[in-house]
Design a protein around this ligand. Structure first.
Ligand SMILES: Nc1ncnc2c1ncn2[C@@H]1O[C@H](COP(=O)(O)OP(=O)(O)OP(=O)(O)O)[C@@H](O)[C@H]1O
Length: 600
């Protein structure tokens, strides 16, 4: 595959729009060859079909000339009939072959589009969380949908079609020179400067098209943000403000689209008048030659037809160039994503975690920043013993969730390493790591599908296993109360379930995987007191023998933890049990006392 997914460090990200690559357009198109190769047979047939297609088109004016100068001139009805039959035959051949060739090219175009879309989707899902931090979803969606579509059009209407037009022009030129070189030269002399003009307009079109697609990305980003945040938009009465913002971006988009239309129309108009000028030129030069008896009526008619036919493929060529220019823009933009490095990869020769490992976690001199040199975690050195229940506490923004993200390898430490049962997590596969760790976050994300599928998440758990996991977490009762139990359909993002209900499914998700290490990041914050009590009971059972990391703002919920690590601005400033930390009268004690006071 040559729209290659990058394995090295990322190129300048999609945050800034990629710089347009000037000059290397055809090189860009060549990058698609590997996709085209998958349909070699169909492509070869459609290329071969171009020969009879072009000949059948170019021969028609010659037949007309033969008819006029031969049978018509000599009153030969039988001869005229046979010429007409030949014309009919060329029409039938053209129609049949054109339909066949058109079908093949469209089918190849669709296949290529589909393959690229699949590769792009796969690549995007492999990109690291940091990529999604800096790339608006709307921009990504634009690339995955309309950019890929624009690229598909290159194949469906453009690329191979262009060869057909070029073939037609070449064959027509050959026939013209064979018939009358002077008239042929007149037409060719007109085609050359016009081609230069078309290339200029196309170049301008391309620049405008690139900007238009950027503006479309902006528009989609605003759209996506407003749809996802519609609740907040309405609560804070931001409809008018956001509509104004949308209108401005929409206007910028339309302005760019208008510029592309201008250049596109300029090409069509240029071709329209030059075609008429060409006919006039042929009539003027050819008419003079008829008067001097050096040209026949049949030859003149053939050249009038030739001049039409010459500009027809040229017009088609110009139209296809427009599609191709959009395609180049699309390839550049798709390439921008494909070049994004997959930062977090499985090692080439992965190790395995010891099968008897109990889930010991060790942070060794770990430093981490979302931006280079802006560390949010500094010099972390701690070990969580297998089976230990450790709570991470600290003020907002202290770095608690960042520790979990590093442990789950959603991000990599800038310095230092993280070990599970003595093995660096970089040396095992992500799949093994994530089987070992079960993470329950505050907001459970649900996919469209049924409840069972949302618990098994594509893995092969039987209904019995899913039910047993839900029972062990005391959530089976709630699931059974849903309209169709485990078969209840969940809408996209789980909008037909409450926050607490979604959270209960997240507990079942973790339980069915039976992980050695369990991470609860504010996992019970959205549950009511009664449900939290039920879950807490289940958790007390689930946590036995498992290494557990708990993040909770309500310190009263973590009093029973074996150990509490207190974080402040990315550093562990205290460590000990609740009693020890209360006795030491440090940050933890003051946070705990504040909480007690606020509850009193
Ligand atoms: N995706 C991100 N990109 C850039 N900075 C981030 C990102 N996520 C978190 N941060 C920053 O990293 C720091 C630590 O954030 P983190 O979410 O780990 O804190 P936390 O202790 O879990 O906070 P809270 O208790 O509010 O959940 C904060 O200063 C935050 O602004």
């Amino acid at each position: 595959m040559s729209i290659k997914s990058s394995t090295t460090k990322a190129s300048p990200s999609t945050q800034k729009e990629e710089k347009r690559s000037e000059g290397g357009d055809w090189r860009l198109l060549l990058q698609l060859l590997p996709y085209a190769k998958r349909s070699t047979k169909d492509l070869v047939i459609s290329f071969v079909l171009l020969v009879p297609l072009s000949v059948a088109g170019a021969i028609q004016p010659i037949l007309v000339q033969q008819g006029i100068d031969g049978p018509i001139k000599h009153g030969d009805l039988i001869g005229l009939r046979s010429v007409c039959l030949w014309v009919l035959l060329t029409i039938v051949v053209r129609l049949a072959l054109q339909a066949w060739q058109g079908y093949l090219v469209q089918a190849v175009g669709q296949k290529i589009t589909s393959d690229i879309r699949t590769d792009l989707f796969r690549h995007v899902t492999l990109l690291s969380t940091s990529f999604f931090d800096r790339t608006p979803v709307g921009k990504l969606i634009t690339r995955l949908t309309s950019d890929v579509e624009a690229l598909g059009d290159v194949f469906a209407t453009g690329a191979v079609g262009i060869f057909s037009d070029l073939a037609s022009i070449a064959v027509i030129a050959l026939f013209m020179f064979w018939l009358r070189w002077d008239l042929a030269l007149l037409l060719v002399a007109m085609v050359i400067p016009i081609t230069g003009l078309i290339v200029f307009f196309q170049h301008e079109y391309r620049k405008a098209n690139y900007k238009a697609r950027d503006r479309l990305s902006d528009l989609n980003s605003i759209l996506q943000e407003n749809i996802i945040g519609v609740g907040i938009v309405q609560l804070f009465r931001r409809e008018t403000f956001n509509a104004k913002q949308h209108k401005e971006v929409n206007k910028r988009y339309i302005d760019e689209v208008n510029t592309t239309i201008f250049h596109d129309s300029a090409v069509s108009a240029t071709l329209e008048w030059i075609a008429l000028v060409a006919i006039a030129g042929v009539l003027w030069l050819g008419g003079g030659q008829i008067i001097q008896k050096s040209l026949t009526f049949g030859e003149l008619s053939a050249f009038v037809l030739f001049s039409q036919r010459l500009f027809d493929p040229l017009r088609q060529l110009a139209e296809k160039f427009t599609v191709i220019q959009s395609g180049f823009t699309a390839i550049e933009r798709i390439n921008g994503i494909m070049r994004e490095a997959i930062d977090i990869r499985d090692p080439e020769f992965p190790k395995s975690l010891p099968s008897d490992g109990k889930g010991e976690i060790c942070f060794e001199d770990v430093w981490f920043g979302y931006k280079p040199d802006e560390y949010v975690l500094k010099n972390l050195n701690f070990t969580i013993q297998a089976g230990e229940k450790v709570a991470l506490v600290g003020p907002t923004g202290a770095g608690k969730s960042s520790i979990i993200r590093l442990l789950s390898r959603l991000y990599e430490p800038t310095k230092g390493r993280i070990l599970i049962d003595g093995v660096d997590i970089k040396e095992i596969t992500q799949s093994e790591l994530r089987h070992r760790i079960g993470v329950i976050l505050q907001d459970a994300f649900l996919f469209s599908g049924d409840v069972k599928a949302n618990i098994s998440l594509g893995e092969d758990y039987s209904l019995e296993e899913v039910t047993a996991a839900a029972q062990s977490m005391n959530v089976d009762r709630f699931i059974q109360a849903l309209p169709n139990g485990y078969n209840t359909q969940v809408r996209q993002r789980g909008t037909n379930l409450s926050g607490g209900q979604k959270q209960l499914l997240a507990f079942a998700r973790a339980a069915v995987r039976d992980p050695r290490i369990l991470v609860l990041d504010e996992a019970t914050a959205s549950l009511d007191v009664g449900t939290e009590y039920l879950i807490q009971q289940a958790l007390d059972r689930l946590l036995v023998g498992r290494t557990t990391i708990i993040i909770a703002h309500r310190l009263s919920t973590i009093r029973t933890a074996d150990r509490i690590l207190v974080l402040k601005q990315g550093e562990v400033v205290e460590s000990g049990s609740h009693t020890e930390l209360m006795q030491s009268q440090g940050l933890y004690a003051s946070l705990y006392e504040l909480e007690m006071m606020s509850m009193a």
